[in-house]
Write a protein that binds this ligand. Sequence first.
Ligand code: NDP
Length: 400
Amino acid sequence: MAKVVCVLYDDPVSGYPKSYPRDGLPKIEKYPDGQTLPTPEGIDFTPGTLLGSVSGELGLRKYLESHGHQLVVTSSKDGANSVLDKELPDAEVVISQPFWPAYMTAERFAKAKKLKLVITAGIGSDHTDLQAAMDQGVTVAEVTYSNSNSVAEHIVMMILALVRNYIPSYQWVIKGGWNIADCVQRSYDLEGMQVGTVAAGRIGLRALRLLKPFDVKLHYMDRHRLPDAVEKELNLTYHTTLESLTKVCDVVTLNCPLHPETEHMINAKSLKNFKRGAYLINTARGKLCIAEDVAAALESGQLAGYAGDVWFPQPPPKDHPWRTMPHHGMTPHISGTSLSAQARYAAGTREILECYFEKRPIRNEYLIVQGGKLAGAGAHSYSAGDVTKGSEGAAKFKSA
Ligand code: NDP
């Protein structure tokens, strides 16, 4: 019997939903590159219901308990005496979502002597100290592609919201005003702008494809170059450095994983290389940026706007500068946890658990660390090391 500890975000303050605005979800056959959607032997949830909060339990309880395993579900993950810390010493599997990450630091690995598997229900395993996982022989897996397209949709929404000055205009309506000049003094068309992505992986490439019909000029920077045919199809300009991309782009979107090579890549020095009045969108990870430097660039006008849904730590304290800086369009970390995305990554989590318990190989594309080294998607997109330092700051958050 294994103990599985699953850390999920809290239920809605209004209680776990009894009904939903829509009936069911559209059927998606496969991902754009042909990868199949998760293929568990079964699921015990209704797609389109809230699975990522504590009462939703990622739909795992029936499956795990019917196989004799113990499931502990909690939102208590930070600070002294968290439920996570209490349960760790005999946990074999830890599951959490990047939206409400269980920061698996080296200290926690040291406590978790029986730990064999850490699953990211979603994409982005930077909340786990990958070096500690390698050193301790723990497998790390995530549900690759499960919410990549969800995030790309959020990116397009945020670019348009910033460039067209949507949020302040909406607020004038709520305030009872009709202040057209106040709204449009910062409002532009996206058409004709230079738009670039840092990383053209699953999310970055999808975002480029979605943006193409706006008649913008598209750019990307990545460690590996896209195939010729894709560059031609989208009329892409390739950049080998961040500086070369940011010098020419009006809109920059960050879409690389957080790992030691990318940590704090956006800082006072790199922001100087942006065009004055650029818009920066970050749905990848908060720690790609130095938070105070982004806030200063908005204050000075070097950036015209910043939007995203990723912060560091998560949840961020009440006094995090991104809550109060000017011209921002931040949301809590939600882009990859729409009800549509949850159905896919809950099924993918179930698939990974079935493979683990039945001693079948986990899909290569889901692997980040295995056998003491980076593996699968992790070997392609991450670098070894740890980026969880500072995550203890999440304990400072007190919910509203
Ligand atoms: P992919 O693995 O498909 O793409 C990641 C891309 O980043 C790869 O093309 C990789 O390049 C590139 N990359 C890695 N390091 C660098 C670097 N130093 N410089 C430039 N490019 C680099 O992942 P996804 O597109 O699906 O997801 C990307 C990230 O987005 C996730 O890791 C996660 O952090 C975040 N995310 C956020 C979500 C949210 O809800 N906000 C949900 C899902 C993901 P190459 O492999 O060619 O070396």
